[in-house]
Ligand binder design. Structure first.
Ligand code: 1PR
Length: 600
């Protein structure tokens, strides 16, 4: 009988590796975790899913005495598959931690995306960093006979990173064929004007900048191809000098036509989760955050029940959602770590849903009834281990920014390094920290000629005049003016800061993405609040996921064309099957908005 080669996974506890483990199991393969150097000797195939930061990955390898054994493994010619940081680690160094050396298998230094870019997708001259979302790849050469093709260039894959190996950077010469990096570069991708290395492959060494375990069917197919290939089909030891000139480098013409590919716009399905009055965890949906049916004579109405969280997540995965977001909307009432059902929801969803999962609600320092203190970092860690890729912080982010502004006003240091946003971004990377913002319009009495002096000066940049508004509800807004105030505790409590102060504040604290809701538009079906979204998009350079109010497919094309945001999120229309996700994508494609279309 032919035995499958012994597969090992190398984890250093920096984030969501459960999804990769789940995808390997789903494909029918078994693996062991690398516990010590002896496992690397036993391994016949090795996967290194690098999550978090370059420096942390390299230091962890060193501290656990795995650095030398890993190098030995790679040099032995046995198959290695590095994912994200697991690919970046192959290079000599990274600007992310300039003092820490990489494995040095591939020449060159990884550096950060440049946000100033005349070819930024939305034409603003600034592109968001991190680069988050689904992007295409193109192969620079085809595999020689007898070697297993791994990459398919018509597919999109899920990327989430701020640092990249820029192709031209690696060499003094611009000729790709003679660059010292050339023997390794397998596919390239583009973000704005930057062409970066999305996969490397030479002999036994394979690495992807994207996450195959998060790339839906395309990613699973890639993993399957690598898992089923024999070590011989994958490569063995190859001297890079022997392949310094690949015979089939893509032609300039091909390169130009492929250059048109780029980051696609993401469609996110959002599940607001809470317990109903019978104690079952359900997906609910509010109107302006009120999730109960109209009260009957006896008192309060039931919590609306739109389905089971895991079932709905699976449905949206199959309907080609690019990302799924779970918000535990009543978590401010109790401790998140005690709130085991939500962890279980994430665990169960991650078993069959292979696109990124975000979890929000109650990501903060908590105290259990027995007095045990859990830091926000610990709470987030529990969710990452359960299979979440990002955590979303709501109420605590508002408090953190208020305190930061307060310190600054007293001339103290703005950043303490102690807030949840900072600690989680430090430990897991800023791309893993989303801040969910729940702004509410505050209308201004414009019949008072002196109204400008009555709006607190710091909020003036946030004022929108209804006559100039771009929103889809223009008629209703004529003659009015308003600004956007932040709320906490699910819109129940208003705070003094406005949406621009909050968005810019959380970016300074290290958040990697903003999830922008609107209490006014939530559940209304009137369309996204484009004025709000434009304000926030202009104020930050991290990606913005726009949420609340989607009612028709046209609302999405309007959103992307008018605001340039990276992602659009909806809940009600998807739950009630009023507008299927597929229809949104078909419409966007017709409107020339780039989106990922899956073959599921
Ligand atoms: O404050 O860190 O514990 O996080 C709580 C999280 O729960 C926050 O992200 C907050 O936005 C969310 N939340 C709290 N209460 C509610 C509620 O509805 N009562 N939901 C709530 C927020 C907004 C979106 C919704 C979109 C799209 N809901 O999640 O999915 O508005 O809806 P639509 O397409 O139907 O218009 P913390």
């Amino acid at each position: 009988k032919s035995e499958k080669p012994k597969l090992y996974l190398l984890d250093y506890g920096a984030g969501n590796v459960r999804s990769l483990a789940n995808s390997i199991n789903k494909l029918g393969y078994e693996f062991e975790w690398v516990k010590d150097a002896s496992d690397l000797e036993k391994a016949e195939k090795l996967l290194f899913p690098g999550v978090g930061a370059f420096g942390h990955a390299m230091t962890s390898l060193k501290e656990t005495n795995l650095l030398e054994p890993l190098l030995k493994y790679i040099r032995s010619g046995k198959p290695y598959f590095g994912i994200c940081i697991g690919m970046q680690a192959l290079f000599e160094a990274s600007d992310e931690s300039p003092e820490i050396a990489g494995l040095g298998i591939i020449p060159g230094k990884v550096s950060k995306f440049n946000p100033h870019d005349s070819q930024a997708e939305d034409g603003s001259g600034i592109k968001s960093v991190p680069h988050i979302g689904w992007n295409g790849v193109w192969r620079c050469w085809q595999e020689p006979e007898g070697k297993k093709p791994l990459m398919m260039d018509e597919e999109e894959y899920y990327f989430v990173h701020s640092f990249r190996m820029l192709y031209e950077d690696s060499t003094s010469t611009q000729n790709p064929e003679t660059s010292p990096l050339a023997p390794y570069v397998h596919t390239l991708s583009r973000y704005g004007s930057e062409e970066f290395v999305s996969t490397v492959r030479l002999g036994n060494v394979f690495g992807t900048q994207f996450h195959p375990e998060k790339s839906g069917p395309a990613g699973l197919d890639l993993l399957r191809r690598w898992l089923e290939a024999s070590p011989k089909e994958l490569g063995g030891v190859v001297d890079p000098s022997e392949v310094s000139k690949r015979s089939q480098w893509i032609t300039e013409q091909e390169k130009q036509s492929r250059k048109r590919r780029g980051l696609t716009k993401r469609i996110v399905a959002c599940l607001d989760v809470r317990s109903n009055d019978q104690g079952d965890l359900v997906v609910t949906k509010g109107d302006q955050y009120d999730v109960r049916e109209k009260a009957d004579e006896a008192g309060k109405g039931d919590v609306r029940n739109l389905g089971k969280p895991v079932d709905l997540a699976r449905r949206y995965y199959h309907e080609s959602a690019d990302e799924i977001c779970f918000l535990n909307i009543t978590s401010f009432r109790n401790s998140a770590l005690q709130d085991q059902p939500m962890l279980k929801v994430v665990e169960a969803a991650a078993e069959t849903v292979f696109v990124p999962l975000t979890v929000g609600g109650g990501i903060k320092d908590t105290i259990d009834p027995d007095g045990t203190v859990h830091s926000a970092l610990e709470v987030a860690g529990a969710y990452f281990r359960a299979g979440a890729d990002k955590v979303s912080i709501g109420s605590e982010a508002v408090v953190a920014v208020e305190e930061m502004l307060e310190r600054e006003s007293k001339g103290e240091k703005a950043l303490t390094g102690k807030t949840g946003i900072e600690t989680i971004a430090q430990g897991y990377g800023s791309q893993a920290v989303v801040v969910s913002i729940d702004p509410k319009r505050v209308y201004i009495d414009t019949s008072d000629p002196d109204w400008r002096s009555k709006v607190p000066a710091q909020h003036l940049p946030c004022v929108i005049l209804g006559d100039h508004a771009t929103s889809s509800t223009k008629e209703e807004e004529r003659g009015k003016a308003w600004w956007y105030q932040c709320t906490i505790r699910g819109g129940r409590e208003v705070r003094d800061i406005d949406v621009i102060q909050l968005a810019q504040g959380v970016e300074r604290l290290g958040a990697g993405e903003v999830l922008l809701n609107s209490v006014d538009r939530d559940g209304s079906g009137k369309g996204f609040d484009l004025d709000l979204i434009k304000l926030v998009k202009k104020s930050v350079s991290i990606p913005v996921v726009a949420s609340s109010g989607a009612g028709r497919v046209e609302h999405f094309s309007e959103l992307f064309k008018e605001t340039g945001v990276e992602a659009g999120l909806a809940a009600g229309i998807f739950h009630r099957r009023e507008v299927p996700l597929d229809d949104v994508k078909d419409h966007l494609r017709k409107e020339q908005v780039p989106v990922r279309i899956t073959s599921l």
